[in-house]
Ligand binder design. Structure first.
Ligand code: SF4
Length: 334
């Protein structure tokens, strides 16, 4: 039997002190192979148990989202089925009604989901307009009719006026992902907008005391070093929730035939993300059921303490009840 790898000492230090790992130590951990990767995952799971932010629904933070406006997006994000630059076959519709949002939110509440996110396709809302006012009215209606529900939003880039209007609505979290290493955003994600606009939105949200949900995606052509850059960029931005996505390749997008990321690299990314963010909510978002399949449990035991349930923007997930049973099994290792 191999002894524990010496690089794991840095992970033990996080467990003992609660202090986030340094990037140079994370780089050493990112080179682990074979059974040492499972030792790293186990340590990340212990760090999550000891320091992970308290979560509402038992051991795991479960949220669901609704695609409130779908397709014909002006931006050219390479992974996204909703970009008009790509040729994915998806349902296209303009902003949905308050009634439709209410029906979906009631369904999520009945399933025991604590956080419900309204997501719209598009660049965002730098200025107030009639569509943004309709989103605000939708959020207000959900708060009025479902008082216990945490309503979140993911509406793209914001400006001063729209961010402060959202703050007044009291949303739980605002999601805007940096996706990859900021230095490679133009190359790997989109060149119709700048990563700086998204980072500015994150800073604006924080100035307005809105809790930020911001993470990234694996499988778009990034290296392990790029993933570390993304993880440590999030440390500087001090976000609250970190969703990690694994690319779900969609025909008609430029990344549809990318090589899948190997499982060990995904495990290391989750684990290092936990070691770099001991107290945060780290959420497994897209790719959990559809791509990772049998290995989703391993990833949930590599430092994550939340997941997205009940379906994604343009792809289906599985039933919330099935995910609830899954969460109970994961909780055995807390
Ligand atoms: S990720 Fe958002 S901004 Fe990018 S193409 Fe898709 S809907 Fe548009």
């Amino acid at each position: 039997m191999n002894p524990l790898h010496p690089s794991l000492g840095a992970a033990y230090r996080v467990l003992e002190t609660g202090e986030p790992i340094r990037k140079e130590d994370a780089e050493l951990l990112s080179r682990l192979t074979g059974e040492h990767v499972l030792d790293l995952a186990s340590l990340a799971n212990k760090v999550k148990n000891r320091y992970g932010a308290p979560v509402e629904t038992g051991a795991l933070h479960a949220c669901s989202i609704m695609n409130a406006k779908s397709g014909v997006c002006t931006e050219n994000c390479r992974f996204c089925a909703q970009s008009k630059h790509n040729n994915a076959n998806i349902e296209v519709y303009s902003l949905t009604s308050e009634e439709s949002a209410l029906i979906e939110a009631r369904h999520a509440v009945a399933e025991g989901v604590s956080h419900f996110g309204i997501v719209t396709s598009g660049y965002g809302y730098k200025k107030m307009n009639s569509e943004f006012r309709r989103v605000l009215a939708m959020i207000k209606r959900l708060h009025t009719e479902l008082p216990g529900l945490n309503v979140c939003a993911s509406l793209g880039v914001l400006g001063e006026e729209t961010a402060s209007a959202l703050a007044r609505q009291g949303i739980a979290h605002y999601n805007i992902n940096i996706q990859v290493s900021p230095a490679r955003y133009r190359e790997l994600i989109s060149d119709t907008h700048e990563i700086e606009e998204r980072i500015e939105t994150i800073k604006l949200l924080r100035r307005n005391n809105i809790s930020v949900c911001c993470g990234g995606i694996m499988g778009v052509g990034e290296s392990m070093a790029d993933r570390l850059d993304m993880i440590f960029a999030l440390q500087e931005l001090d976000v609250t929730v970190i969703p990690l996505n694994v690319l779900v390749p969609i025909e008609g997008t430029p990344v549809a035939h990318n090589e899948p990321v190997c499982l060990a690299d995904i495990v290391k990314t989750f684990a290092i993300c936990r070691l770099a963010h001991p107290t945060k909510i780290i959420k497994f978002a897209a790719g959990r059921e559809t791509i990772m399949k049998d290995f989703q449990g391993l990833l949930m035991l590599s430092g994550a303490n939340g997941f997205l349930t009940g379906g994604y923007l343009t792809t289906r997930g599985r039933e919330v009840a099935e995910d609830r049973r899954f969460a109970e099994h994961i909780a055995c290792f807390n």
